[in-house]
Design a protein around this ligand. Sequence first.
Ligand code: SAM
Length: 237
Amino acid sequence: MEKWLLFAKEHWGIDLSAAQQAMFAVYESELMLWNEKMNLTAVRDTEGIRIKHFLDSLTCAQVLGDMNGRALIDIGTGAGFPGIPLKILFPEMRLVLVDSVGKKVDFCRHMLEKLCLQDSLALQARAEDLGLAEAHRERYDAAVARAVAGLPVLCEYLLPLVRPGGCILAQKGESAPDEAAQAEKAIRILGGGPAALTPVDLPGLEDRRYLIRIPKDRPTPPGFPRRTGVPSRMPIL
Ligand code: SAM
């Protein structure tokens, strides 16, 4: 068994089937192939893809629990992280991948098709627009994002998309505790509850990483998210 798969099994009890392992192998080779043609991700080596993309995405399962039968939206997914690894792990999960950049969405669509992932789609859209659209507002059990924006901005992207009783999950680095403190007002205004931080370790990486989980306690009030571009220009602080 490859080292990264062994790590997931020994540390997190994630025991991927042969079919799931084969899907990750296809994802890896397609990512490398497409990266030669376009700048999809800065991580280009096999080891980096396995640890910084695949394992790092799978850490979300520690906090989300079993997502089979539930709906997840991944905002600013880029080349599909963390959404596609989570869909491989939870085949019965409904998945919506979102990015504002067309070529990234093209790659995500290609991967969903190539891996025959059912109940999943990739949308070229802005989080702010989806948060106001009836088909997406408060329709998801969980919303996730990695490396998209500071937490106050991210709360305005993610919280409107989740139903009360669901949660949002932000993958963050060492700044997580500061960002969580900075986001308190945004969380309160947008219908969230207290943030919980879970530290995560990845093999061979020194920097401290965190998962920030914020429960959605109440409906998001009308008027949020604000117009496209406003959350990032004028975060709720
Ligand atoms: N989540 C991926 C990962 O960790 O590998 C990609 C991270 S990349 C640094 C950030 C992505 O978020 C970009 O692809 C960008 O287009 C997208 N993005 C930023 N703001 C967005 C918004 N408001 N709505 C949708 N996508 C957004």
